[in-house]
Structure formats: structure tokens, C-alpha cells
Design a binder for this molecule. Structure first.
Ligand SMILES: O=C(O)C1=C[C@@H](OP(=O)(O)O)[C@@H](O)[C@H](O)C1
Ligand SMILES: C=C(OP(=O)(O)O)C(=O)O
Length: 441
């Protein structure tokens, strides 16, 4: 609860979703991307000069990122259309303060490394869950480049920490991308400010490559010089500087998926106007999964349109590794398909806002759906779920994805629905825009 910001949906205990009487048909826009928003804020804070960011997401993750930057002495003016960020050139004005990053993995991982590239001593804390999520590989990388990190809990590989920074050396770093791509992105965002060029070599694999591509694209757009090997096996960052600019943040593809899924489940049609299929955001490829399940997907006009079939197709195995934030969405529409759906390669999502594989198993079994659990995935069998009051596990994607079952199943209620605020405080307003009856109490 401490991580709910003034931008959150407050004062609501339960969301009850009423099943639809007809297919969902809608044409909507979705808010800005969390991933792009927090990268833009932090890169702009490191840059020389003042940046103007438009399309900034107003959600808990963005709020705490902005607050953390302000705590560090960065001027951030949030206007109705534009957020102005006064860049520091890499010298954080407040050299000894406490920084709270909320529940967001992006702010926690990216700010920790951005601070390590500067000079000062900071205490860095996250939300209760963020303080349990892994940081170890990033800490190790920063330590090897000269940072000093003292854990402030009994867990050595998580926040909270005391970070003492005296700049980062360059050189060659070998890092794992198997737990979180955010360790790699964090290291890269800070890398132009290292004392000499930095090469990051990936020792194993990266769980969601596309997020590292988003990082590299944005670093270049703000003037950094970066070179990557094919497949992102190694990335070289020249010692350079970010330059302030105007930057338009694109819409959030992850948020859009819930609305496409609503069309898929009800045989309806939903257009998300403000997204293009050629976005770098990996979750746009959830529409490919929906197509495999029998939906018609049209990316040729403005936006992306998904049209649901009479009955969703199952009987398939899908690796969700490269778009793993949509694992919950797929899992909660899977019972309505005509055959089992196996989801593979997503062990890392056990370290997200909740142990998401465990939550899928627990939630679906509690409403009468058969599920097999493996270390890296689940198999979900077709069935008819019954209504129930479901925990959201303080995980925005659990709340948003589980709400979808309420479109078909009477009596689906979501506890603590305000957790959607991590990335989409207006989620239930959007469902209503789709003509779906939602009762918040
Ligand atoms: O870099 C990013 O913006 C993100 C990377 C992914 O995290 P992991 O690589 O930790 O799975 C993704 O799940 C998260 O929602 C956003
Ligand atoms: C995993 C997620 O977030 P983060 O890692 O940025 O906290 C998410 O939004 O699903």
C-alpha cells in the first residue's frame, strides 16, 4: 500500500465484473508505456539540458520514479501535456539522501546503476515486494566497476542498500540476462557515464531481448553511441553523454493486450488506435498468440484490431519468454479454448510482482480449472470456471488479467483492484469504455 501513489485508484476494495451479454466492440486509446516512460525520465535526468517528454504514463511506477529523481535534486515539472526534466549531466545534485523507488523493477534497477555512475552516498529502498526481487547480478556488476554496496537487510542480493558511488570504471563486464533483462538495461543506461568505454558480454541468455533493444534505441535517440553484436550477445557503449530533447512516449502495448483479449474472449472486435505493430515493445506480439488461437488480427490500418472467433483454439504450446508479462493474460483466457494450452520458458516471472506461475495455478484451481505446474511454466486445461472472489496478490497484471474471466463467468470479483495503478490506474474506466459493467466498492 505504501507504493500506491497519488496517481493510484484509491479507496476501492473489490471490483466485480458483470458478464457481457454481447461481444465487446470498441475503439480505444491506451495510456503511455511504463517501460518507455521510466527510461525517458532517467535518461533525461542524466542528460545535458532540459528535456520535454510527452505521453508520460501517470501511474505508480512513473510517480515513484519522478519522486526519486526529485529526491536526488532533479527538477521535474509535471504539466498537463508535457513533463519537463532538467538534466544533471550525470552529477546528481543531492549527494546524500534516501531514494524510494516504489514497486517498479525499472526504477529500482535503472536508478541504482545511474546513481552508481555518479558521486555520492544514497540509501535505496523499494516496496515490500521490490525489496524481495532480485538485484544480485546488477550489484555484482556495479561492484566490479567500483561501486560500494552495503545491504540494509539480511538479504545481500536485494534492496534496500546503501550505495556509495565514485563513478564507474569502463572495461568488459560479463553479465547474466537470465533472471531479468532489466539488469542489462540498467547497466547500459548508466554506461555512457563510465570513465572509459564499457562492453557488456552476456554469459547466458536474455529473458526479454526486446526490452534491451528499447533501451539501446532510446540511448541512441538521446545521443549515446552504442554498438551491439547480433542477438545481443555483446553490447559496447562508448563514453559519451545524453543530450536533452523533446521525446514522445508511445502507448503501452502491455496494457493494450487486456483489451484485445476482451475481444478474443467474447467474439468481439477491439481496435487500439495508438499502437503500431512495428513497435519494439514485445507484448504487441500477444496479438500473434491470439491469431494462433483463432482471432483475426489487422495491423494494416490505424492501430491494431483484434476480432475474436466463435471459440478460441487451444491444443498448443507457446513460449512466452520474450513477452512474459502477458503470461497471466494467456493463462486466464486459456480455460475458454477448445484444447489445453502449455506455456513454457517463463521461470523468471516467479520473481515479478508476485510468483506469477504459482498465482496462475492457485487462482485457476480455486475456480475449478485443471492446471499442471512446472518450474518454467504451466499447462491449462479447458473447463468452465465458477465465480469467486479472487486475490490480486498486489500484482497489477493478476488483477487486469483475472478481470477478463468476469466477462464470461458470473461472480468474478477482484480483491484490492487498486493494484492496477502500478501501470494503469484507469484500467476499470477503460473496461467501462468497452461497455463492460464494473462495480467498484
Ligand atoms: O525493461 C523493462 O521495461 C521491462 C523488462 C521486463 O522485465 P524482466 O526482464 O525483469 O522480466 C518486463 O517484464 C517489465 O515489465 C518491463
Ligand atoms: C514485471 C513487471 O514490472 P517491473 O519488472 O517493471 O516491476 C510488469 O509490469 O509486469
Amino acid at each position: 500500500m505504501h507504493a500506491r501513489s497519488p496517481w493510484a485508484l484509491h479507496g476501492v476494495h473489490v471490483a466485480a465484473i458483470t458478464p457481457v451479454r454481447q461481444p465487446v466492440v470498441a475503439d480505444i486509446v491506451v495510456p503511455g508505456s511504463k517501460s518507455v516512460t521510466n527510461r525517458a525520465l532517467i535518461i533525461a535526468a542524466l542528460a545535458e539540458g532540459a528535456s520535454q517528454l510527452s505521453g508520460v504514463l501517470r501511474s505508480d511506477d512513473a510517480y515513484w520514479c519522478i519522486e526519486a529523481l526529485r529526491q536526488l535534486g532533479v527538477r521535474v515539472d509535471v504539466g498537463p501535456e508535457v513533463v519537463l526534466v532538467e538534466g544533471t549531466g550525470g552529477s546528481w545534485p543531492n549527494v546524500d539522501t534516501e531514494v524510494y523507488t516504489g514497486a517498479g523493477g525499472t526504477a529500482a534497477r535503472f536508478l541504482t546503476s545511474a546513481l552508481a555512475a555518479g558521486h555520492g552516498s544514497w540509501t535505496i529502498r523499494g516496496s515490500r515486494r521490490m525489496n524481495e526481487r532480485p538485484m544480485g547480478e546488477l550489484f555484482q556488476a556495479l561492484l566490479s566497476l567500483g561501486a560500494s554496496i552495503t545491504p540494509l537487510s539480511e538479504r545481500p542480493h536485494t534492496l534496500p542498500i546503501r550505495l556509495k558511488a565514485n563513478g564507474l570504471a569502463g572495461g568488459t563486464l560479463r553479465m547474466s540476462g537470465a533472471t531479468s533483462s532489466q539488469f542489462i538495461s540498467g547497466m547500459l543506461i548508466a554506461a555512457p557515464y563510465a570513465q572509459s568505454p564499457l562492453t557488456v558480454e552476456i554469459v547466458d541468455h536474455i529473458v526479454q531481448h526486446a526490452y534491451v533493444h528499447i533501451t539501446l534505441d532510446m540511448m541512441r535517440e538521446f545521443g549515446a553511441r552504442v554498438h551491439e553484436a547480433p542477438g545481443l550477445t555483446a553490447i559496447e557503449v562508448e563514453a559519451s553523454r545524453y543530450i536533452a530533447r523533446e521525446y514522445a512516449i508511445e502507448a503501452d502495448a502491455s496494457t493494450a493486450c487486456y483489451f484485445w483479449a476482451a475481444a478474443a474472449l467474447t467474439g468481439g472486435q477491439v481496435r487500439v488506435q495508438n499502437l503500431r505493430y512495428d513497435t519494439r515493445q514485445p507484448d504487441v506480439h500477444f496479438v500473434d498468440v491470439l491469431a494462433q488461437m483463432g482471432c483475426a488480427v489487422d495491423t494494416s490500418g490505424q492501430g491494431i484490431v483484434v476480432q475474436g472467433p466463435e471459440r478460441l483454439r487451444g491444443g498448443m504450446t507457446i513460449s512466452m519468454k520474450e513477452m512474459s508479462d502477458q503470461t497471466l493474460t494467456l493463462a486466464f483466457i486459456a480455460p475458454f479454448a477448445d484444447g489445453p494450452i502449455s506455456i513454457t520458458d517463463v521461470e523468471h516471472i516467479r520473481h515479478h510482482e508476485s510468483d506469477r506461475l504459482h498465482v496462475i495455478v492457485q487462482t485457476l484451481r480455486s475456480i475449478g480449472i485443471a492446471v499442471d505446474e512446472r518450474a518454467d511454466g504451466v499447462t491449462i486445461y479447458p473447463g468452465t470456471p465458477h465465480g469467486a472472489r479472487l486475490s490480486s496478490f498486489d500484482d497489477h497484471r493478476v488483477a487486469m488479467a483475472a478481470s477478463l474471466m468476469g466477462l464470461l463467468v458470473p461472480g468474478i470479483e477482484i480483491e484490492d483492484p487498486g493494484c492496477v495503478s502500478k501501470t494503469c490506474p484507469t484500467f476499470f474506466d477503460k473496461l467501462r469504455e468497452l461497455g463492460i459493467q464494473v462495480t467498484l466498492s
